[in-house]
Ligand binder design. Structure first.
Ligand code: CDT
Length: 350
């Protein structure tokens, strides 16, 4: 029996500061209706899909940002999405800002703020939750930036790792699904952690400005899209997985988001791509047998991975400077970190 699932990236056009959650949810329900007509079984909505991308707005008192967060899921505002999922038997992925009352690493119960996404199945159950690990931007107001990116101010680093679950989705009795959020897609470590759990379909939402606002150098707008696609295509290929990457697009609060949502296969090919800056549904039929080629050849992890050579990946955060070559340093007998060995050390070691 072929395992083929029809999926959609449900790109959203801009949501302005004044737009209510009801406005956003009504637009998403319309996209779910269109998805049903097209036989879609799983719909992926963007990161922070219920509001404008609020980390661009500075609030001196961070508590004022709570208006952009959800305290319950579903809520009165988001219930129509869950109802539509049940009515149409469609699963959906939703990104939102979450306030959770739970213990922190020190065991203290408190209100915690996360950039979160969930997968809801066609019965309205939440089957997977992920909280964003790689938070870009800065915590304090940055006067050099024309537009702020305050994710480090408003969110804590996600504490759920990169989970994958095998769950019945659509007509499939089991699909291995994983999640990441926006900036995570640029980090190969995130993809590999999902790959190491045999993920078959990665869902990710994003809000990415067309212009690099960091004032640290020029990055051409077309390269912003290229870098996004490069990361997603490489992540899918190197981990033999499908990926559905959904943007918020267009001019939001005067700031342009580049859109270009894509669905990618395990060869890294783009199967579908959004062309508007508006609400837009792109779909693809994903034949899950296609994950087998990569998994059984180049990316047969069991056969070819060498974790003993990857120690730096988990033991180190920032880059260190390399050894400076000199005649008393010899390549070829390096330690597991790939450093050079001193000739004297080699002699001493016998
Ligand atoms: N939302 C998000 O993570 N956006 C980032 C923009 C980084 S600019 C500070 C991204 O990687 O697309």
């Amino acid at each position: 029996m072929p395992r083929i699932i029809t999926v959609a990236a449900a790109q959203l056009g801009p949501l302005q500061l004044a737009d209510t959650r009801a406005v956003a949810v009504a637009r998403m329900v319309r996209l779910l209706e269109r998805a049903r007509v097209r036989g879609v079984e799983l719909v992926v909505f963007p990161e922070l899909a219920l509001t404008t991308f609020f980390p661009r707005h500075y609030r001196e008192d961070v508590a004022e940002a709570d208006i952009w967060f959800e305290k319950t899921m579903p809520s009165v505002d988001t219930q129509p999405l869950f109802d539509a999922a049940r009515t149409y038997g469609i699963s959906f992925h939703l990104g939102y800002a979450e306030i959770a009352v739970e213990a922190d690493a020190a065991g203290i119960m408190r209100r915690r703020h996360f950039n979160t996404c969930i997968l809801v199945n066609g019965s309205g159950d939440i089957v997977l939750k992920y909280r964003k690990v790689h938070l870009p931007g800065h915590a304090a107001f940055d006067p050099k930036r024309a537009v702020q990116h305050l994710e480090k101010r408003y969110f804590e680093v996600g504490n759920l790792g990169f989970p994958v679950v095998r769950a019945p989705i659509g007509h499939l009795s089991g699909l291995n699904v994983g999640m990441m959020i926006c900036n995570d897609r640029r980090w190969p470590e995130a993809w590999r952690v999902l790959g190491l759990q045999s993920v078959e379909l990665v869902m990710l939402g994003y809000n990415t400005p067309s212009l690099n606002q960091s004032a640290s150098g020029f990055e051409a707008p077309h390269l912003r899209v290229a870098h996004s696609h490069l990361s997603i295509q490489a992540g899918a290929y190197q981990n033999a997985t499908f990926a559905v990457a959904t943007a918020k697009a267009g001019v939001e609060d005067g700031c342009e988001l580049f859109g270009h949502s894509i669905i990618v296969n395990p060869q890294g090919e783009i199967l579908a791509q959004a062309t508007s800056w508006d609400d837009e549904l792109i779909t693809a039929d994903c034949d899950l047998a296609q994950v087998q080629l990569g998994r059984s050849t180049i990316f047969d992890f069991e056969a070819h991975r060498r974790p003993e050579a990857y120690a730096r990946i988990t033991s180190q955060v920032g880059a260190v400077e390399p050894c400076v070559w000199s005649r008393d340093l010899q390549p070829g007998q390096s330690d597991s970190t790939g450093g050079l060995t001193r000739v004297d050390d080699r002699k001493a070691a016998g």
